[in-house]
Design a protein around this ligand. Structure first.
Ligand code: NAD
Ligand code: UDP
Length: 314
């Protein structure tokens, strides 16, 4: 048994990670400021003997004796991270400094949840880790993209200068139960709209693509990355390489829900990437043959069930 700190543990991905780590018999400290996460996401873990919940903002230092840190705290959906862009950068940059400082002091291994957004609107397709990206430094998405890029830099510098044992993963669009129903991301939007008979809002012409990963596949990849050999830092892409247009996604959600919702077109947001698809060769090689197991249709069914239950409760 080891003691593991999960920042952003009350969020969508963090709550699944806490659950997985507890199931393996570890002690978990879940740290969150509840900006986009909620106690509801981890309610089922509260009675667990080895689960501890701490309200804390990672822009402030945090002290604890821990063996591993998963640094997930950061709003991930565009409407949330653009709500207070300065706070978003502070969370990524000061949060990284505080968590890396902690890792250095207690000699903990630390994993950074980075993002495919470091590739911006990519000119290379699919994106390998060696691609440096095409990011607008002064646009609406910059607070998130540049914050995450700077966090990667800090992780590498703490590794190179202070020998901190770091791991970096670049997560591609992930969906599943416990996504915030109003967080504006495409999967939750389309499902909520379909279930409540509202128009499905496709931005632009709906020809832009994303590759959607089910949350369980991400948790498996993340966990394997934390347990790779010492000295292997990544970054490693973790995503599902099967690419869909937003129109295809909308149609799939309509089919699976049996909804009578119609598709409506709305303006494409500024700097919205046209294409996104991970090259996962490195993940397969370094993470013991890891690859996504749950394909879109199956994952959407699980997620639709979750949102359906949520709507019935409210
Ligand atoms: P989320 O918004 O559900 O979770 C983020 C959590 O961090 C929330 O619980 C929030 O309250 C907490 N948080 C935010 N700022 C904080 C702060 N300053 N101090 C403490 N806690 C804070 O998002 P998610 O989808 O679960 O994403 C988790 C991580 O994975 C994020 O770092 C995100 O950038 C990364 N990521 C996610 C995706 C995805 O598709 N879900 C893709 C790429 C990267
Ligand atoms: N999108 C859409 N309708 C929505 C929400 C999003 O068509 O109601 C599009 C959005 O323009 C983008 C894609 O879906 O091209 C994925 O958006 P999301 O916010 O989920 O993730 P990100 O842009 O960060 O990859």
């Amino acid at each position: 048994m080891i003691r593991i700190l999960v920042t952003g543990g009350a969020g969508f991905v963090g709550s699944h990670l806490c659950e997985r780590l507890l199931n393996e018999g570890h002690e978990v400290i879940c740290l969150d400021n509840y900006f986009t996460g909620s106690k509801g996401n981890i309610e089922h873990l509260m009675d667990h003997h080895y689960f501890e919940l701490v309200r804390h903002d990672i822009t402030n230092p945090y002290m604890a004796e821990v063996d591993e840190i998963y640094n997930l705290a950061c709003p991930a959906s565009p409407i949330h991270y653009q709500y207070n862009p300065i706070k978003t950068i502070k969370t990524s940059v000061m949060g990284a400094i505080n968590m890396l400082g902690l890792a250095k002091r207690v000699d903990a291994k630390i994993l950074q949840a980075s993002t495919s957004e470091v590739y911006g609107d990519p000119t290379v397709h699919p994106q390998p880790e060696s691609y440096w990206g095409n990011v607008n430094p002064i646009g609406l998405r910059s607070c998130y993209d540049e914050g995450k890029r700077c966090a990667e830099t800090l992780f590498m510098d703490y590794h190179n200068k202070n020998q901190v044992n770091i791991k970096i993963i670049r997560i591609f669009n992930t969906y599943g139960p416990r996504m915030h129903p109003q967080d504006g991301r495409v999967v939750s939007n389309f499902i909520m709209q379909a279930l409540s008979g509202k128009d499905i809002t496709v931005f632009g012409e709906g020809t832009q693509t994303r590759s959607f990963q089910y949350v369980d596949d991400l948790i498996e990849g993340m966990h394997r990355m934390m347990n790779t050999r010492d000295g292997f830092t990544g970054p490693v892409n973790i995503g599902n390489p099967i690419e869909f247009t937003m129109l295809e996604l909308a149609q799939e959600v309509i089919d699976l829900t049996g909804s009578s919702s119609k598709i409506t077109f709305m303006p494409l947001p500024q700097d919205d990437p046209l294409q996104r698809q991970p090259d996962i060769s490195l993940a397969k090689k370094e993470l013991g043959g890891w690859e996504p197991k749950i394909q879109l249709r199956e994952g959407l069914k699980q997620t639709i069930n979750y949102f359906d239950d949520l709507l019935k409760k409210n």
